[in-house]
Design a protein around this ligand. Structure first.
Ligand SMILES: Cc1cc2nc3c(=O)[nH]c(=O)nc-3n(C[C@H](O)[C@H](O)[C@H](O)COP(=O)(O)OP(=O)(O)OC[C@H]3O[C@@H](n4cnc5c(N)ncnc54)[C@H](O)[C@@H]3O)c2cc1C
Length: 106
């Protein structure tokens, strides 16, 4: 399987790959020191969903776009941050690799 394309090689920084841009993934992605780490966020969807207001959408109180935020917009000003839409399939712990529906990443 090929590597996920267009993610620059890690040079001096370590790479942190986060699977899932829910509350947990978003928080860690925002808090990691990107002068020390290259951050790659992988989610099977393009958007973060604010689940606590899901009921408002279900009851036609607000539009779906009111609880759905594109990852690329959230992180547009972040340096050395890379979002890729894909589904994580398996973790190869021995080789420090993640297999996804769009390729592998170290
Ligand atoms: C209707 C509703 C109302 C809620 N209200 C509240 C509330 O009022 N207060 C509160 O504290 N909590 C509330 N919660 C709970 C809260 O939303 C969750 O605890 C929180 O979202 C969990 O965050 P998470 O990051 O662990 O997972 P999630 O928010 O579920 O995010 C997981 C992310 O991972 C992605 N993902 C999953 N599997 C893969 C894969 N294999 N490959 C790639 N991406 C993947 C998903 O697309 C998703 O973006 C509510 C939940 C729901 C459903």
């Amino acid at each position: 399987m090929d590597y996920i394309s267009n993610i620059p090689d890690k040079k001096t920084k370590k790479r942190v790959v986060i699977v899932g841009g829910g509350f947990a993934g978003l928080t860690i992605a925002q808090k990691l020191d990107r002068s020390k780490y290259q951050v790659v966020l992988i989610d099977k969807h393009n958007n973060h969903q604010f689940q606590p207001l899901l009921y408002q959408v279900a009851t036609s109180g607000i539009e779906p776009s009111g609880i759905s935020f594109p990852f690329r917009k959230i992180f547009q000003k972040f340096q050395d941050f890379h979002f890729r839409m894909g589904e994580a399939i398996a973790v190869d712990r021995a080789n420090n690799m993640l297999e996804t529906s769009i390729g592998i990443i170290e």
